[in-house]
Design a binder for this molecule. Structure first.
Ligand code: UDX
Length: 434
């Protein structure tokens, strides 16, 4: 099949590359000339395991193309996928400017039947709006619109796409449903065809539910701390019940990233518009905001004042295996540490350059873990990168400042840390004091 993907952000680029890898002819379109030139030369704008290799492979095998010319990209396409950004407005609402602009351009260039699929996360009802914009500009109705939400996670985006657990296809016509089902056949996945509004809602409901699971276990963690229980074992015990499941029950310093914070706020906004007060989801967000401050609270309880303390922040990305720092806890935590007058050194295996742009200028970015921790009084672990989980605690115990560890991701078992001469505070587990 011929597929045109508009927007080469995370979702667009990964989907385009994967659709080409399963044998389709895919043209990815973006307004950003620099990005397109780079992609044509095998330079990938984001860090995502396996992505660069697949871009090069499928470009060389002439199944994958990059262009800034929308008309050329969509002319031969059977399916056009809209995957442009839907940033968050001040009100929490999704900003649909880019989706609407793309719909207009598609309408201006649409001559024969195509299925226009929205992959961007958009409020319920947006696909109908896309349809009316396209028909306004093309002057006919010989096309279908569809919703095909994306569930990939950053850091494992290629794996998640190639091994998707389900494809949700929201359509109005059998013809569009059949075409999109065929497109997904090589993924050997469960395809669920539904109406458009339901497909749009499945995306928001899924992300809101996962965010709820995280805030729930973080609340349990906070209670565990007061009761001397161990939240990791509580989560394990809960997860043995199939109805609950073990995933997304890792307590920590809250969720970040480009999806959960934005989509939870957008769903509250969507609910508000139909006069429903989604109070449960409001609490999920409130719990998450507080949770991002947990390590600061713990450090203040332990030290009273953080002024002049040397603090090493280990892991700056919002989660491992990505350089993305959108809504990362490291931002909130470093801003708070700056207010308290601490001296901060941050380290991240991949997100160093992003960190230099988004963290307060007072934060020094170290080139290695050793450099970050060498004169630390406090070590805060913010992201559970493998390199951080492999940290040699013998070395930490031998440091001159005898740093106190505040582990926001429960990277080490208490039994393991107990073998060292270290003070260790984590989330939802008893503290270890020398
Ligand atoms: C998420 C969804 O998983 C994905 O389906 C959707 O399409 C986009 O949003 P992503 O933001 O890439 O993906 O990351 P994810 O792995 O879901 O983690 C999100 C955040 O939750 C991270 O900050 C992570 O550290 C945190 N998290 C996750 C927890 O704190 N505890 C957990 O148990 C799981």
């Amino acid at each position: 099949m011929n597929v045109c993907v508009i927007g080469t952000g995370y979702v667009g680029l990964v989907s385009g590359v994967c659709f080409s890898d399963i044998g389709n002819r895919v043209t990815c379109v973006d307004l950003d000339e620099n990005k397109i030139n780079n992609l044509n030369n095998g330079i990938v704008p984001i860090y995502e395991p396996g992505l660069k290799e697949l871009v090069i492979k499928n470009t060389n095998e002439e199944r994958l193309f990059f262009t800034t010319d929308l008309k050329a990209g969509m002319d031969d396409a059977d399916i056009i996928i809209i995957a442009v950004g839907t940033p968050e407005k001040e009100s929490g609402e999704a900003d649909l400017r880019f989706v609407e602009a793309v719909a207009k351009s598609i309408g201006e260039n649409l001559s024969d039947y195509k299925v226009i699929v929205t992959k961007s996360t958009v409020p319920v009802g947006t696909n109908r709006r896309v349809k009316s914009i396209i028909s306004e500009y093309c002057g006919h109705e010989d096309f279908d619109v569809a919703s095909n939400p994306e569930f990939l996670r950053e850091g494992s985006a290629i794996y998640d796409t190639m091994n998707m657990e389900r494809a949700i296809i929201g359509v109005e016509s059998q013809k569009a449903g059949d075409l999109l089902t065929k497109l997904h056949e090589p993924f050997d996945t469960t395809v669920m065809v539904t109406d458009i509004e339901t497909a749009e809602m499945i995306k928001y409901a899924s992300n809101a539910f996962l965010a709820t699971k995280i805030s729930f276990i973080n609340e349990i963690a906070n209670i565990c701390e007061k009761l001397n229980a161990n939240v990791m074992d509580v989560a394990k015990g809960m997860g043995l019940d199939d109805r609950i499941g073990e995933k997304f029950l890792s307590a920590g310093i809250g969720y970040g990233g480009s999806c959960f914070p934005k989509d939870t706020k957008a769903l509250i906004q969507i609910s508000g518009e139909v006069e429903h007060d989604f109070s449960l989801l409001k609490s999920v967000i409130e719990v998450n905001n507080k949770q991002q401050q947990r390590l600061i609270e713990k450090a203040l309880n332990r030290f009273d004042r953080l002024e002049g303390k040397n603090v090493a922040l280990l892991g700056l990305a919002f989660k491992p295996n990505t350089d993305d720092m959108r809504e990362a806890a490291s931002i909130v935590i470093s801003e708070e540490l700056v207010k308290h007058g601490a001296n901060i050194k941050g380290f991240d295996p991949i997100a160093k350059d992003t960190a230099k742009k988004v963290l307060p200028s007072e934060v020094m970015i170290a080139e290695s873990i050793d450099e970050a921790i060498q004169d630390a009084d406090i070590i805060m672990i913010l992201t559970d990168w493998q390199e951080i989980k492999d940290l040699d605690l013998n070395k930490v115990a031998a440091l001159p400042g005898k740093p106190v560890i505040f582990d926001g991701r429960n990277c080490f078992s208490l039994d393991y840390v107990g073998q060292f001469d270290l003070e260790y505070h984590s989330i939802g587990r008893p503290s270890l004091v020398e």
